[in-house]
Design a protein around this ligand. Structure first.
Ligand code: SF4
Length: 508
């Protein structure tokens, strides 16, 4: 039965996780050319571009968060979907074992990680029958940071900075603008949005995600939606959210809109936000053999054009070298906008670690230390652990805990992406600490800044959630919240909010 099916699915997963499709590469290349040399956005894009190339060259995960694997299949009438589903699960487990997918399936009641990306609801597999004698499989890997930035609006509604969004295309436009604005750096901008007008709450989100299977350069077959997509793309980049929310000229690389019929009483606008690490590919399989007859979104015969040379992080000469344990005076002298090159030991910690530290003593001495919000992909080589992907995760999730942990345990820096809130900002000021924003999704680039894994604590939380002791060398990050009460995130949010008001004044 379809002897090549399993291996074809495994190839699809590996390629999707490690090699960004040509249309996304092209959009990111344009974005890189838009930002002025030496700006924060340009520096971040340099890292992203190198990361994209490194991932493809080394067949490593583009981002350490390999997301929720979502498969969309079209199969001939009579195909055995039960068997295919099992084969897909086997391929997902194998890709996880090979470190191409991070173990991402967590029991929602116990918090236990299944370790192989299998469990109730994961992976997501949708089947549809068609009357062709071949099998089409599409896959999207959408991570948690951008998934958390999805938004669903029930219009009419009042939106901050934009006023009332009505039940018409103008109201839809306002919802989309709001969704892009609220994502800021948390969804690893520049992103792309899939939008559904109508449907119910469930089908709206599903159809919005389906829009992400369209190529970034296609044109909507419905001229009304084509006009709306073009209008969004023409105006949205004046918002100034920029790469990673650092401010800049490019906030969005694509907007794809679909529509479903709705109940008379409901009018939902559902927005699926995807990050720059927009990983989706597809294959067409021979219906008898299960072998790949062609790829979708990419042509293997066309050589990949590298995003850039591998010259490393482009230094301006103004970077500040920091080595842990950090000295209070050195940290207090840092200001928002400073670029630091961090070396020495740091500890990873994300949701489970922060929750744990809120009621337990840390397993290590955190004085002068750095907590890195990161759930790395880690593989065992003999007795040694090796990090194969290690970009930052969204920090705001730790807001309820972070301030207390900084004050109580003498932490001098926390590092993640997207920034944190007022409680953490106050703690940074009191304790003399900073927030460092690393470039989200740059998992391969940052893995190369990790000399070694020295140890691990709290392994019972699973590999992404454990506290890894990492030895860094020249790990670049930007101070976006300092010990003087300044936050770049607050600044960019306020400025882009004002620009939203200007856009609200224009109409379709
Ligand atoms: S690039 Fe950012 S938002 Fe996207 S999956 Fe990675 S960490 Fe999440």
């Amino acid at each position: 039965m379809l002897p090549g099916f399993h291996d074809s699915i495994l190839s699809l997963i590996i390629k999707t996780s490690t090699d960004l499709p040509p249309d996304v590469r092209a959009a990111m290349r344009v974005a890189t050319g838009e930002e002025p040399e030496g700006s924060r956005a340009a520096q971040a894009l340099t890292i992203i571009a190198q990361n994209i190339d490194q991932a493809a060259d080394a067949e490593g995960a583009i981002c350490q968060d390999t997301g929720m694997p979502t498969f969309e299949l079209k199969t001939p009438i009579g195909a055995n979907q039960i068997w295919m589903k099992q084969q897909i699960k086997n391929a997902v487990a194998e890709a996880t074992k090979r470190g191409k997918l991070r173990p991402n399936s967590v029991d929602s009641l116990t918090g236990d990680n299944s370790g192989n990306n299998l469990g109730p609801g994961t992976p997501i597999i949708h089947f549809e029958q068609w009357d062709q004698d071949e099998i089409e499989v599409k896959l999207i890997l959408k991570g948690g940071g951008c998934e958390n930035m999805n938004a669903q609006y029930s219009v009419p509604t009042e939106l901050p900075h934009l006023g009332r969004a009505d039940r018409n295309l103008e109201g839809v436009r306002k919802c989309i603008l709001h969704a892009v604005w609220q994502a800021q750096g948390k969804g690893c901008a520049p992103g792309a949005v899939g939008v559904c007008i109508g449907g119910d709450r469930t089908s709206g989100y599903v159809h919005a995600k389906e829009q992400l299977f369209r190529t970034l350069d296609d044109v909507n077959s419905d001229p009304r939606l084509a006009d709306l997509e073009a209008e969004i793309m023409r105006t949205v980049n004046t918002l100034g959210v920029g790469t990673m929310g650092f401010g800049g000229r490019v906030s969005l690389i694509g907007c794809k809109i679909g529509a479903l019929n709705r109940l008379p009483a409901s009018f939902f606008v559902s927005v699926a936000y995807d990050c720059w690490a927009f990983r989706r590919l597809g294959v067409v399989l021979d219906a008898q053999e299960g072998t790949i007859t062609r790829w979708l979104y990419r042509d293997p015969a066309v050589p990949t054009v590298p995003m850039m040379d591998q010259a490393g992080f482009r230094r301006t000469g103004r970077e500040v070298a920091l080595t842990t344990p950090l000295d209070e005076a050195a940290v207090r002298s840092l200001k928002v906008g400073d670029v630091v090159m961090l070396s020495g030991r740091v500890y990873t910690g994300r949701d489970a670690v922060h929750h744990h530290l809120s009621s337990h003593v840390p397993p290590v001495d955190l004085r002068g230390g750095v907590i890195y919000h990161c759930g790395p992909v880690v593989m065992k080589d003999g007795d040694e652990w090796r990090v194969t992907a290690a970009g930052p995760t969204t920090s705001i999730r730790e807001e309820p805990y972070q301030g207390d942990i900084i004050r109580k345990y003498g932490v001098r820096a926390v590092m993640g992406k997207g920034g944190m809130g007022a409680r953490t900002l106050a703690a940074l000021k009191d304790a003399g600490a900073v927030y460092l924003n690393a470039v989200g999704g740059a998992a391969q680039f940052y893995a190369r800044c990790i000399d070694r894994v020295e140890d691990v604590s709290l392994m019972e939380f699973g590999t992404p959630e454990a506290m890894w002791h990492l030895q860094l060398r020249d790990f670049p990050a930007i101070v976006t919240m300092d010990a003087h009460g300044n936050s770049l995130h607050q600044e960019v949010e306020a400025e882009s909010g004002e620009r939203l008001e200007t856009l609200a004044g224009t109409t379709l």
